[in-house]
Design a protein around this ligand. Structure first.
Ligand code: PRP
Ligand code: URA
Length: 212
């Protein structure tokens, strides 16, 4: 039952096609890395469709006219290390002026609890719309801890973007951070006994960096 989940699924055909390629076990590190960059760009395009615009007056070579521009609200991109790093370049290509903060979080393989090991953020997080990125939302422990940390540092407006999510993780974020809008490319079936998403795509960090 996933009807109770508060999450937006990005079902664009290009996103779904690339996700299928990423899931395949025969997809190697080079292709996995390229696909993650491409899919992140496509997902960022979708999640930014509601960004506010303002009218500006400009001169084209032909005439003066009124045209639209982003209203200048500052943005921040927060990859959760390591695997979130693989989503940075695709998004930066779309939003080149975005500031980047890093949150280091790994999941203890025995307890499945998140362990924080690094945090470096833009100084003005309170004034920015932050996009937190991580390919995998499994138990939700890492995401919940990263979101709490960002709120402690003053962040007020946060969007969470992942590639593959499990119902357990979505529920956890919905409960702990009901104010956070979550986007994903897929809600998978479940977690297995080791906390891996089924069917998922395996260990995203290891596949991205070739540390399998
Ligand atoms: C993975 C993934 C998420 C986390 C998800 O990172 O990138 O951060 O697991 O699991 P959770 O929802 O149960 O917390 P991992 O801990 O493997 O670290 P890595 O990115 O350094 O490989
Ligand atoms: N982290 C991953 O990289 N993959 C999973 O399936 C779960 C957590």
């Amino acid at each position: 039952m996933t009807d109770d989940l508060k999450i937006s699924v990005i079902d664009h055909p290009l996103v779904q096609h690339k996700l299928t390629l990423m899931r395949m076990e025969e997809t190697g590190t080079k292709d996995f890395r390229e696909l993650l960059e491409e899919i992140s760009m496509l997902m960022a395009y979708e999640i930014t469709r509601d960004l506010p615009l303002v009218d500006v007056s400009i001169n084209t070579p032909v005439a003066k006219c009124s045209s639209k521009t982003l209203n200048g609200k500052k943005m921040g991109l927060i990859p959760i290390l390591r695997a979130g790093l693989g989503m940075v370049d695709g998004i930066v290509k779309l939003i080149p002026t975005i500031k980047i903060g890093h949150v280091g979080m790994y999941r203890d393989p025995k307890t499945l609890k998140p362990v924080e090991y690094y945090c470096k953020l833009p100084t003005d997080v309170a004034e920015r719309t932050l996009i937190v990125i991580d390919p995998m939302l499994a138990t939700g422990g890492s995401a919940a801890a990263a979101l709490s940390l960002l709120k402690e540092k003053g962040a007020k407006h946060i969007i969470y973007l992942c590639l593959v999510s499990a119902p357990e993780g979505i529920r956890a974020i919905n409960e702990m951070h009901p104010d956070i809008k979550i986007y994903t490319a897929s809600i998978d079936e479940k977690l297995n006994e080791n906390g891996y998403i089924v069917p998922g795509l395996g260990d995203a960090g290891d596949r991205l960096f070739g540390t399998l």
